[in-house]
Design a protein around this ligand. Sequence first.
Ligand code: PHE
Length: 351
Amino acid sequence: MTEKIDNLIEELKKKFEDIKTLQELNDLKVSYQGKKGIITELNSGIKDVPNDEKKEYGAEVNRLRTFFNDNFSSTQKRLEDERVREKLEKETIDISLPSKRIKTGSKHPFNRIIEEVEDLFVSMGYDVIDGPELEDDEHCFRLLNYTVGHPARDAQDTFYIDEEYLLRTQTSAAQSRVMEENKEKTPIRVICPGKTYRRDDDATHSHQFGQVEGLVIDKNISLADLKGTLEIFAKKLLGEDTNVRFRPSYFPFTSPSCEVDVSCFKCGGKGCSLCKKTGWIELLGAGMVHPNVLRMGGYDPDKFTGFAFGTGLDRLAMFKYAIPDIRYMYTNDIRFLKQFDRKDDEYEIKY
Ligand code: PHE
């Protein structure tokens, strides 16, 4: 009997070693311990063994069973370990592989310019204010000293909603609103960036465009303050070597009025196609707040003076980033927008 069990153990040892899957292991269990399994049959064979041999027989069958059970557990563990190892190997991350580029959006040139202008004026003590795009004739024109029948009110230029309401043609409407709200409180030092609308449409004019308005009112504000402020603005925005010139002009709500030109950033002032051979490019309109406007806004022009300026944000962005057509600003062409994914000082502007 001992020999028989020894042989069975020897055979079983090989079988365990050859097992590759849990399925094979289970099949082996069935063939040894199942209903008709080898161990099960040896066990039931005890009834045919003479009584004095029963004890030894039982012990030998037990030896086989213990061997089977021990090897079953260790083989099961071996297979499970192998499975985990395989899985880990398959799932290892190769940290030396280049990562995927995360695509991010970019800031629209219009917003970049607004932020830059806001930062600059906030650093000089200005507040940033907002005004309605749907304005009334009173704030957009009447309180700004536009006489009845003034050409700027022409329906050729203005989108009228009805007799009284219109889409603001200029952020200057914010001037009359700020004065109305502050009623002789000074100092007023505000800028108002926002959308404006006119019935225009070509490469340099859009029916919707952006402007930023500036207004300062206090005692003893002079033309020198206006000139100093706008010189700083032009140089900070377009470069310290920018030359600035003031040209007399006319606006109903300022007196005296001027237009501010900057030396052409393409040719440096020599004259080229961008500046139409003049060496200068018009940047903005400005002037001292007209006494009538102060009075209508609730400020006594004998006590207070002020200056105002206004410029097109699209124009500024087009200058700064050499954008040839204003319509690019509004058509959401991804090829255009993608070009604004860098920091400001990483641009080399080429005209
Ligand atoms: N609102 C004027 C325009 O649209 C610009 C301007 C603003 C001029 C403030 C003077 C003062 O042309």
